[in-house]
Design a protein around this ligand. Sequence first.
Ligand SMILES: Nc1ncnc2c1ncn2[C@@H]1O[C@H](COP(=O)(O)OP(=O)(O)OP(=O)(O)O)[C@@H](O)[C@H]1O
Ligand SMILES: [Mg+2]
Length: 273
Amino acid sequence: MSLLNIRNLTVCDRRTDEILIKDIHFEIDSNTCLGIVGESGSGKSVTCKAILGLANPWLEVTGQVLLEGNNLLNAEQETLRQIRGKRICMILQDAMTAFDPLYTIGCQMVETLCENGQYNKTDAKIIAMETLQKMYIREPRLVLKKYAHQLSGGMLQRCMIALAMALKPDILIADEPTTALDAINQREVIEEFQRLRQITGMAMIFISHDLGVVQHLADKILVMKDGEQVEYGPIEQVFEKPQHIYTRYLLDTRKALTKSFHEAMKVRRSNKC
Ligand SMILES: Nc1ncnc2c1ncn2[C@@H]1O[C@H](COP(=O)(O)OP(=O)(O)OP(=O)(O)O)[C@@H](O)[C@H]1O
Ligand SMILES: [Mg+2]
């Protein structure tokens, strides 16, 4: 039995009858990573929020979200709340909304670690500092004293990743977790995700616009377009023999981009000589 099995997941906006995502299905096991790609508005975030019971009340979610065989769509709110903290963590796309503006980052990290990671307060403080350091935050003590509005988007994203990593859930859902970081920091944080997966054996769902990142991290890939999944399979297979025209377009665009980058670099080098 798979750790997480998504079957026919469909989300409909009751207010307008618009179908936001339709018949999504995939499976994920421990120590594997599924990459989800697709253009803006294709339904990646709605899919992940629906899995965790975080979709807005006006959205009707149908299908099955089986965590070790138990359908989370039928679970009580309290059960879901516990699963969200301990078993499945989500790094939200918009880091600003993830933190309460009224409490410091440190207060929120320590509270979450005590509640879900079952640490005492002293240990939780140490773990919060250590994980922030792993996320390349140089002065974690200062950052923990700040409120969300006092930190940049990139810094908040790193705090959120650090918290999820410290909780070491069975499944980590990361919704474009590195968009607010510059290229060098992105690379370091991606390496940290890879390392964490190797150490903990956690399963990961990694949403990204960047096919290179997905190729680096994921074992399987799911491609979404207009709320539907157009391709799903092992990463090598999809990259070598994409079946859907949209996947081929994504891969060709990436090739064209990297080609023009290499050519530009060649020109720069020859100009220097
Ligand atoms: N809470 C909501 N209520 C109604 N419609 C929504 C809601 N959230 C998203 N949508 C709509 O659902 C569709 C999918 O949105 P979603 O945010 O999942 O896209 P996405 O693939 O994550 O895009 P991006 O790459 O920009 O993050 C869009 O048409 C969006 O407008
Ligand atoms: Mg999104």
